[in-house]
Design a binder for this molecule. Sequence first.
Ligand code: C2E
Ligand code: CA
Ligand code: CA
Length: 542
Amino acid sequence: MGKRMSEDELLNSFDEALENGSIFAVYQPQINHATGRMIGAEALMRWKDPEYGMQYPSDFIPVLEENDLIYRADLRIFELVCLLQKKCLEEAIMPVPISFNVSRHDVFHKEYVDELEKIRQRIDVPVRFLRVEITESSAIGGLDLIDSVLARLHSYGYVVEMDDFGSGYSSLNILKDLEVDVIKLDMSFLSGKIGGRGGTIISSMVQMAKWLHTPVIAEGVETMEQADYMKSIGCNYIQGYLYSKPVETELFLGMLQELQHEPLKASMTMVESMESGRFWNPDSIETLIFSNFVGGAAVFIYKEKDEGKVEILRVNDKYLQEMGMNLTAKDFIACNPWNHHEKYSRITYENAIKKAIETGEEQTCETWRTFHSKCCGESRFCIRSTIRMIGRANDQALIYAMVQNVTNEKRRYESLLQGDNLLRKAFDHANVYAWEYIISNREMHPCFRCMRDLGLPAVVPNYPEPVIESGLFPADYADMYRDMLEQIHNGVDKIEAVIPLTISRVPFHIRYTTEFDENGKPLKAYGSATLVVDGEAASKKW
Ligand code: C2E
Ligand code: CA
Ligand code: CA
């Protein structure tokens, strides 16, 4: 750096500096950290005075802004960018798109966008080789103004980047109001503290950008650790000293020829039906629905290749309630959700996620969790999760999960099962054979006594054929018995008959009671066989 020039010295030499090339552009490449290819570059203004030497942008840019001169300097940089691109095209050097900076003061000049267009057309550079960087602070003059500048830039076909995203308090609001095409995330406020709060902020911003289909470029990346961290959260585009400082034209042309290029892309493709942008808008109907009407729901990123890591993006209150969690959504998002799973429940859950990714179809699974609390000690919950993939990147999937606490339902079922067991044991003592006949698959589930006395397996498929074949049912009664079961299939609610069983033709009273679902469809029939008492048997002929 040279000797620092005073404000007066800067202002006095400005016109000359613009003309004689003391004000010029340097270029900093932007790289895809995953592939090593160049995706673009940013032009940065430099001022090298013949007498005083190099001046800091942080010194001279504010002076130019305060004196309404930045507008002219920015147009000059734009012209230099166009000239460089033209040179590349003429010399058959494949250019990358170059971004140029727009000061928030520039947008106050009504003719600014038209001036840019005049220069571009004069030099004759296709607009796809140019990108515009605006800053959040451009909105200080009012959203309407920057909005109309944006609309004009878009109408000419410029890609617009939001510079220094995340540095201002209003970032999130700005993003939903302004239609920018690329987000530049400044890493400098992270200052090495990866993984802490800064990391959480950065990762949620990247996630949000994905939802908006907006590519993110991380700038100010100085270390491999930072670059790898950004890659791990799905942001591969890097600009910073790690790859290169801003360099002068000749060196930049060399890099252009050395490195391969690739286009800039949003990092995650969404399932088409999702209106993702609206989802993040706090005022949208989607948010209203998510928060109030869908029951317990969460949205998270699943990283299959990264040890199945999960990053929660959003949960509603109902989700935490269903899970019996005494946490706020914010606290829950900050924790590792796998910590709430036991080993086997994690395996079950992860398999369901994998299947949802593989098939693209909704999956359901049930997992038990144990919670320890000071007041109530230990309690067990059964959670039924319905899992759907709503977007995916290379090795990350965006998952929507709905949860339902089905503990009570499960408990009821368990006690039913227990009751069932009791009943089966009771039959064992009484003179009754009992079984269940499942209508949908024609399975017969015998009681213990049936199994023991008649040698039946726990499940008899294709009932009654195997028992007819075995001779338990005499052949002359087989058709009659088949017909009884047919009537059950057709919806008869009670049916009974006396049938002689086994080769000794012992008369048994066979009764069926059918159970129906809420639509009146027959589900199963409970069958029983009791030995016919002597008097009854005597009145019949066998
Ligand atoms: P900016 O637009 O955010 O530009 C990025 C700044 O970060 C540049 O500083 C760049 O040299 C620096 N940088 C790049 N990689 C790293 C890194 O790894 N670590 C660190 N610590 N810094 C890195 P520079 O060139 O000093 O420019 C500073 C600011 O001046 C720019 O910030 C921009 O706001 C303004 N500026 C630069 N050129 C222009 C221009 O042509 N027009 C306007 N209006 N403003 C400009
Ligand atoms: Ca910039
Ligand atoms: Ca920046």
